[in-house]
Design a protein around this ligand. Structure first.
Ligand code: NAP
Length: 350
């Protein structure tokens, strides 16, 4: 690819927006052409309005950019969306109508039947839904979503088991990092030394999104996977990294060793494996009894690898395990980048 493809970031000042800025700073295919945020930030220099929370320095060239309003036209045919969900609906649709491919982190359009809810290693075929979307909505752009941050890790770990043995039932309890609530997010006085046993809407998202992503497509009609999930979602005082404990009921029984081999063998299709944001291994199994841990294992595969551990028999269902995924990379900005790369690879954007 000779010249880089210009892209915009909507909600560029937020937690996920900043992660986009960092990941796009040296992306081989894309370059940041516009940064957009709310009316309060628009018209001011990005460096002035952003409360930069990333550990690598904000590039001077990005700091000097003037923040735009989140409305078309903005440069480029790809817009990454990390806008507050309540406001994202109309903004994302306006860009799609203007011929832009909106690659979104927000929940707003995820469950709509013509919107691909994509994890490229798992369901790249669901991109076919874009043709249905463009036909039904009469726009030349499109909306492609990545899943909620706790769903992303769960589905990546369940996809190999579902393909090999058939997943029928899931129990999942999450321990979710505070960065998942955005910035400033949860008050320190609420979460330090504490566990918050409620994240609004999260359990419903995990249950429904899992069925959609693992669902099967006939033409442009999607049948959700017949998986019954019971999700318990909790906020814990960890900065980054969603940790989940899972029990899984399988159609065809499997030993822990067979399950680990299926997880270790899992790879995306070659066109996905070759994308710049794809890790060498989407899922790794750590066989040490006290791993994975957020502080030690989060950055595997540049934050795009999900680490599974403690695979063992379960007294309630068939197997139980733990998993760790990076909520703002695999669960947000990194996932969206990988989705946009697939759009380019498939020729939607040149
Ligand atoms: P955040 O830190 O609160 O940032 C929100 C962003 O939205 C800011 O850039 C803000 O700009 C912008 N914004 C607010 N009102 C706007 C408007 N009217 N027009 C345009 N932009 C507006 O939130 P976040 O955690 O980054 O999350 C962003 C989205 O990604 C949410 O929908 C969230 O559910 C989703 N998500 C988050 C995570 C995660 O781990 N954090 C994971 C997956 C999905 P100003 O600075 O100008 O107010």
């Amino acid at each position: 690819m000779s010249a880089k493809i210009p892209v915009s970031i909507l909600g560029a000042t937020g937690t996920v927006g900043q992660k986009f800025v960092r990941l796009l700073a040296d992306h081989p295919w894309f370059e940041i052409a516009a940064l957009a945020a709310s009316e309060t930030s628009a018209g001011r220099r990005y460096g002035e309005v952003v409360r930069w929370r990333e550990t690598s320095p904000l590039p001077d060239s990005v700091a000097a950019m003037t923040v735009a309003r989140a409305e078309p036209p903005l440069p480029g045919r790809i817009a990454f969306s990390a806008i507050e969900a309540e406001l994202a609906g109309q903004i994302e649709q306006a860009f799609a109508r203007a011929g832009v491919f909106v690659v979104t982190n927000t929940r707003t359009h995820r469950m709509e039947p013509d919107v691909p809810l994509l994890i490229p290693e798992v369901n790249p075929d669901h991109l076919t839904l874009l043709s249905r979307q463009q036909g039904a909505r009469g726009w030349s752009g499109g909306i492609v979503a990545n899943p909620n941050c706790s769903t992303a890790g769960l589905v990546l770990a369940m996809a190999p088991l579902h393909r090999t043995f058939g997943v029928e039932r899931l129990f999942v309890a999450t321990m979710q990092a505070v960065s998942g609530a955005g910035y400033p997010g949860v008050a320190a006085l609420d979460v330090l030394g504490n566990v918050l046993p409620y994240i609004a809407g999260e359990e419903e998202k995990v249950e429904a999104e899992t069925r959609k992503i693992l669902g099967t497509l006939a033409g442009t009609e999607l049948t959700p996977a017949g998986i019954t999930t019971s999700a318990h979602t909790n906020r814990v005082p960890v900065v980054d990294g969603h940790f989940e404990v899972v029990s899984v009921g399988l159609r065809r029984k499997a030993s822990p060793e067979e399950a680990m081999l299926a997880l270790e063998a899992f790879r995306g299709p070659p066109e996905v494996a070759a994308l710049p944001s794809s890790p060498a291994r989407p899922v790794e199994v750590d066989r040490r009894p006290d791993r994975p841990q957020p502080r030690l294992d989060l950055d595997r595969g540049q934050g795009m690898t999900v680490t599974v551990g403690r695979v063992r028999p379960c007294n309630l269902l068939d197997l139980r395990l733990v998993l760790l995924s990076h909520n703002t990379i695999r669960g947000a900005a990194g996932a969206a980048l990988q989705n946009a790369e697939l759009l380019v690879k498939r020729g939607f954007v040149k």
